[in-house]
Each structure stands twice: as C-alpha cells, then as structure tokens.
Design a protein around this ligand. Sequence first.
Ligand code: ZN
Length: 211
Amino acid sequence: MNITFISAPAAGKGLISSMLNEKYGYPHVSIGDLLRGVDDNTVKKQLENGEFVDNRLIARLLKDRLSKSDCKDGFILDGFPRNISQISIYEDICEKANDKKNIIIVLEIPREVGEKRITGRRVCLNCGYVFNEYYDKPLIDGICDHCKHKLIQRSDDNIETYERRYDTYLKETKPVIDYFETKGKVYHVDSSESGKKTFSEIEKIIGGYND
Ligand SMILES: [Zn+2]
C-alpha cells in the first residue's frame, strides 16, 4: 500500500511516518529529505528561503526514489503534493510507482494546537529529546530530563514562521486536498492528541485494506 500524508504544519506527519515505517516496513519517502540531498547551490538557496523548487527536479527525484526495490510493496510519502501544479506528478509517478493501492491521509490539527506545538517546543541538542512547554514539560524548567543538558528553542520555532507556513498551507495545499476529495480517496484523521492515538486511527484505515 502507498500512503501519502498531506497535512498542516505541526500535525506530526514525520512522527507518524516513522511509526508506520516501524510497523509495516514501508520506507518513508520525504520530499524534504530528497531535496536536502541534492548537491546544488540554487536548490539549497530555494530550500533555505522556503521557495518552491523546480517541479521537474522533484519529479526526477521521486521517480528515482520510488523505483528502488524497497518501494515495490508500498511506501509512505510525506510532504507531497504541496500545490496543484504537483498533482500531475503525483498521478503520473507516485500512483504508478508500483501496483499497490494508493491512499491519501490528511492529518487534521486546529491552528491553535499547532501554534502551541511549535512555540512550546524545546529541544535538547545533546540527546535530541524534544519537550513541550504546554504538553510535555520537563521535570525541571529548561533542563533535559534524560541527560540534564540545557533545553533550547529553535529559532524557526516561532509564531511568525508558523503563521506563514499555515497560511501557505491554506492557500496552496488545501486545494490539493479538495481535488483528491472529488476523486474520493482521502481519509481525514484528527491529529491534535497523542501520536499513539493518531497512529491507531491510521492502523484502522490500513486494516480495512488487504494490499
Ligand atoms: Zn538531553
């Protein structure tokens, strides 16, 4: 089965993708990771500035990646398609990458919850553990529970960046969801609670197929 995640920023699709990878073994194909692996200064600049990268490059990267043997029984695609100009790449390349069923899952999260997830995020640069000031506070304020190092707030974990990304999502990505909705292959899953709960909802959807 091929599972594509489309979702608002901070809905947790990275986490859910790794959980799915662990349980079902499908490789996690992130368009962001594929692009970051490209050795080209123009592309690096576009990524840094949050600009759109040439669709032909994206198409080529996806074609290469999805034709690898680990994708033949299915894959998890994350971060694509992001706008309506990419729908045809999805239909021509991703849907046809193997003979498996394709489903699209939209992770839903209210704007205010996403806001708190981002602005409350504190990370430990030493062990990589992530805390949240609203949902998952460390025992001692500002200190990592696991290794006792100081927690930091990443510079792009701020409200302005989040609002900008959310607005782009509404303007560019929402129409993609509307498009697939007319074709009847979209599942909406509430992702405002724990990753575990979201994951069990997704397991139910996958369990409904035998592909
Ligand atoms: Zn730590």
